[in-house]
Design a protein around this ligand. Structure first.
Ligand SMILES: NC(=O)C1=CN([C@@H]2O[C@H](COP(=O)(O)OP(=O)(O)OC[C@H]3O[C@@H](n4cnc5c(N)ncnc54)[C@H](OP(=O)(O)O)[C@@H]3O)[C@@H](O)[C@H]2O)C=CC1
Ligand SMILES: CC(=O)N[C@@H](CCC(=O)OP(=O)(O)O)C(=O)O
Length: 349
């Protein structure tokens, strides 16, 4: 049976990537695409690379235009998706690419976002370890009607560290994550810091000093993996690549843990995962290896002299970091094959 789909925020980067994947998904038919200032325009004016969808026109992102679909994907600014989702039918599967439903503690929401708190939904990273027995988040997605897709950086760091936290081979305090990120993570809105003249030839740190909004989301994930009060220094650095995240995380190793044990822990955590691949010992990924795919590549090493485990993880922020996670989670919620419509193969060079 083909399921009808609406994508809100279809003129943006996350909306565009959702549409690109959904266009080739065997179980979905895209019926409605919506925008805000650009409502009324042909979709092709904003997503000219989506040739098979060139017949579609952008409507307003109202509850009325989004009603009557089996699945609604929201790729709207923070605050807006919470407002729209609250007006959608309870039996519609709603997947939010934004942050409005990710945080379980209203105090975290107030501290890092502010404004109305809309409550938390099932978190859209199926591969995350969320139970003391090693249970994965996919179990909580089966049959869900409301799903919060992750923050792309939060997903990268959480997937990097959850195996080590769960297995008890790393300390949960004094974690340090530094990420190289592409500007598409910030969306299409025009801001000076994302101009080509500011980005090309430069590496620009931002949200330095514990202010990034993904910090409470990562801590929430690490608690589910087994941490009690994880502390994390998190610094993203904007680099000149349109897509991609390379997350380098380090954490103190527990006494007596060997390099072979560290490799085994990460391999065991992701052994059966279709999209998360642990590289052989001594190998680390590049962002170029995952662009355009739902793949997560992670390399892990033990820095004996520093007494720290180092993980290096690469994802495409728009694919696995957002749209791929949203669609993979929707597949699980709907009882479809988890991998339906999603590719492990990237584009290169
Ligand atoms: N880019 C990324 O890598 C990631 C993005 N996300 C999240 O996805 C969501 C969309 O982000 P992204 O695609 O990057 O952003 P863009 O700026 O590229 O797109 C925003 C979309 O929202 C629409 N929009 C803007 N203002 C309003 C409004 N007031 N009411 C309704 N619609 C509006 C825009 O329409 P119009 O063009 O007509 O103005 C556009 O379609 C955000 O919540 C973001 O945080 C999550 C993970 C990663
Ligand atoms: C380059 C850049 O600005 N990237 C964004 C990624 C945003 C994201 O993952 O989405 P949400 O805003 O929905 O959390 C950032 O670091 O905030």
């Amino acid at each position: 049976m083909t399921l009808s789909v609406a994508v809100a925020g279809a003129s943006g980067y996350a909306g565009g990537e959702l549409l690109r994947i959904l266009a080739d998904h065997p179980d979905f038919e895209i019926r409605t695409v919506t925008a805000h200032n650009n409502a009324g325009h042909p979709l092709a004016a904003h997503q000219p690379h989506l040739r098979s969808l060139a017949h579609l026109t952008l409507s307003e992102s109202t509850p009325e235009t989004l009603a009557g679909h089996d699945v609604v994907f929201l790729a709207l600014p923070h605050g807006r998706s919470g407002e729209v989702a609250a007006q959608l039918a309870a039996d519609t599967l709603v997947v939010d690419a934004g942050a409005d439903h990710r945080l379980e503690d209203p105090a975290d929401w107030a501290a890092f976002y502010g404004g109305e708190y809309y409550g938390s939904w099932a978190y859209g990273v199926p591969e995350l370890i969320v139970g003391p027995d090693g249970a994965k988040q996919r179990a909580n997605l089966a049959g869900a009607k409301r799903i919060a897709a992750p923050g792309c950086n939060a997903s990268a760091v959480s997937l990097s560290l959850a195996p080590g936290i769960h297995a008890g081979v790393i300390e949960e305090e004094d974690i340090v994550s530094v990420l190289a990120v592409g500007p598409s993570g910030a969306g299409k809105s025009l801001k000076t810091m994302y101009l080509a003249s500011e980005i090309l030839g430069s590496a620009n740190p931002y949200a330095v000093g514990g202010t990034h909004r993904h910090i409470p989301e990562i801590q929430q994930n690490l608690r589910k993996a087994g941490a009690t009060e994880p502390t994390l220094s998190f610094t993203p650095v904007l680099v000149p690549m349109s897509r991609g995240i390379l997350a380098t995380s380090t954490a103190r190793v527990k006494p007596g843990v060997t390099a072979a044990q560290v490799q085994e822990v990460w391999e065991a955590a992701y052994a059966d995962e279709p999209f998360v691949h642990v590289l052989p010992a001594g190998s680390v990924p590049r962002t170029a290896d995952v662009l355009g795919s739902n793949s997560v590549l992670v390399g892990v090493a033990l820095d004996q002299a520093a007494g720290r485990v180092v993980t290096v993880l690469a994802i495409d922020n728009l694919y696995k970091g957002t749209a791929g996670a949203a669609i993979q989670s929707a597949n699980l919620a709907l009882g479809l094959a988890e991998t339906a419509g999603l590719s492990v193969n990237g584009v290169a060079p």
